[in-house]
Write a protein that binds this ligand. Structure first.
Ligand SMILES: [Zn+2]
Length: 494
């Protein structure tokens, strides 16, 4: 950022509400001196003039739902690369190569796609690769794992083990035996898995925070259900010495909430650049029934509120969304939210509105997963997916989130997907739900401020030293060349 007076001229400036074409922004020693129509500014008055013809200026972004620690550990581990996989044996060969070349005792692999039933593997396939070393493969949704027999043995899961509440031990249809897939079992598996050394984790966290910064984020929310006091303390020990890194809002997992209360850490308590956010509650209906049931869920919501925390309920499928709305409506509070809300019918949108519930969702799924959704072929289901346009038009506060590392952190993907509803293979998903770039920018800024209870004043105001971004994109036609990498053309002003 140049010192003295700088004029950013001829830009499209988003002021938190509207995009103003052909506007200029004047900055003096880091403070906004003025912004308005370009013709109102005399460039000779300024020490520097930067021509921003056709570029976008906006305040920096907030990611309302992300998983920083899993992103960091994910970064250091091997991933399945589907681009070179055409058949089941390709997949098995790839896993075998990873296992053979690994020098770790526990083998962790990321990125198994479960939706693609055509190349389905289970524990028997992994056992053929090795039954000596434990293998754990993470689904790309990060809501399930495939384990080989050795790994199951170490975590103490046998054919006769009872499922702990909320965890599913998947079984094979043919014989009722364990398939090796465990859903929502992170807490169980984590306990037995060797931890990455804290210096390794710190290094990859630095990389990750850098990446968020490059993608324009000044605040990120960590929404992991396994968030506990130890992780909070670990995160508070890093990053504070780097002012350019985004601030982190850490959402405690419901089952660990008491650890924070015991340490007198409450909603919005902060240590350095880290602060406490909503209490994260997990809700799934993968077995066709909501877990936990509505009474338990309502009690969890109530208990979080009693501790002073608004809740953020993970609810993807429609059954879960309905239960989440009900539990929140039974326990009114300020600023409760639903995470994902991926499948919605008209009555759900009405109920979300009537109960003042906010939503955090990720438009980038439309682009990245849209082709898998479209394989379902059920129009009722497809029409219920990511109804972001309808949510916004009903006046609901909808925040943008990346859900990284499940989905890319590049915000241009979400802008593109919202604007065009186009999938990676060029298909269209629910074109009626399109959202203009201006509204996506609102999701990334003002709406996310409301969602995360951050000071809701507009950032682009005279006298402010706001963090702003200069983005080299055409707001009427985002070039798809920006969609497949994590280095979008974003520069920081201030
Ligand atoms: Zn998530």
């Amino acid at each position: 950022m140049p010192l003295g007076k700088t004029l950013y001229s001829n830009a499209n400036i988003f002021d938190g509400n509207t995009i103003h074409p052909n506007y200029s922004l004047a900055i003096s020693d880091g403070r906004i001196m003025g912004f308005g129509q370009s013709s109102d500014f005399e460039s000779s008055y300024f020490d520097h003039t930067i021509d921003c013809q056709g570029k976008l200026i906006t305040e920096s972004f907030i990611d309302s739902h992300s998983h920083i620690l899993s992103y960091a550990s994910n970064l250091t581990k091997p991933h399945i690369n589907y681009q070179s996989i055409k058949s089941k044996s390709d997949l098995i060969n790839q896993i075998e190569n990873i296992v053979k070349s690994s020098r770790e005792y526990w083998i962790k692999i990321y990125g198994l796609q479960m939706q693609d039933r055509q190349i389905y593997i289970n524990k028997t396939d992994l056992d053929e690769i090795s039954n000596e070393v434990p293998i754990v493969i993470y689904l790309d949704s990060l809501h399930g794992n495939l384990l080989n027999s050795k790994a199951l043995e170490i975590i103490g899961v046998t054919e006769y083990t009872n499922e702990p509440t909320g965890i599913t031990f998947d079984r094979q249809v043919q014989n009722g035996k364990l398939s090796g897939y465990i859903f929502e079992g992170d807490q169980l598996i984590d306990e037995y898995m060797p931890k990455s050394s804290s210096s390794d984790l710190k290094k990859s966290l630095d990389k990750i925070l850098n990446l968020y910064q490059q993608n324009g984020y000044s605040i990120i929310n960590d929404a992991s259900i396994t968030n506990d006091l130890l992780k909070f303390q670990f995160l508070s020990s890093i990053g504070s010495n780097k002012p350019e890194f985004p601030k982190i809002i850490f959402m405690p997992g419901y089952s660990n909430l008491h650890e924070f209360s015991r340490e007198e850490l409450f909603y919005k308590s902060s240590i350095g650049s880290l602060s406490l956010g909503h209490c994260k509650i997990m809700l799934t209906a993968s077995s066709g029934q909501c877990v936990p049931d509505i009474e338990t869920l309502s009690a969890q919501v109530n208990k979080s509120h009693m501790a002073g925390f608004p809740v953020a309920i993970h609810a993807v499928d429609n059954l879960s969304v309905k239960a989440a709305i009900k539990a929140i409506s039974m326990n009114p509070f300020e600023n409760d939210r639903i995470e994902h809300a991926s499948e919605l019918f008209d009555e759900d949108i009405e109920n979300i509105k009537n109960n003042n519930i906010n939503v955090s969702t990720h438009p980038s799924f439309i682009y990245e997963r849209g082709d898998l959704y479209l394989k379902e072929k059920n129009p009722e289901y497809i029409n219920s997916l990511y109804r972001i346009g309808s949510l916004i038009n009903s006046g609901i506060t909808v925040g943008y989130s990346s859900d990284a590392p499940v989905s890319s952190i590049n915000p241009l993907i979400g802008m593109y997907a919202n604007f065009t509803r186009t999938t990676r293979l060029g298909e269209i998903l629910n074109s009626a739900e399109k959202v203009c770039i201006q509204s996506t920018l609102k999701m990334l800024t003002e709406h996310n401020k409301t969602l995360t209870s951050v000071n809701s004043e507009r950032a682009i105001q005279i006298g402010e030293n706001s963090k702003m971004l200069l983005i080299d994109i055409d707001i009427n036609n985002i070039d798809s060349k920006y969609l497949n990498n994590i280095n979008p053309p974003i520069k920081w002003i201030n």
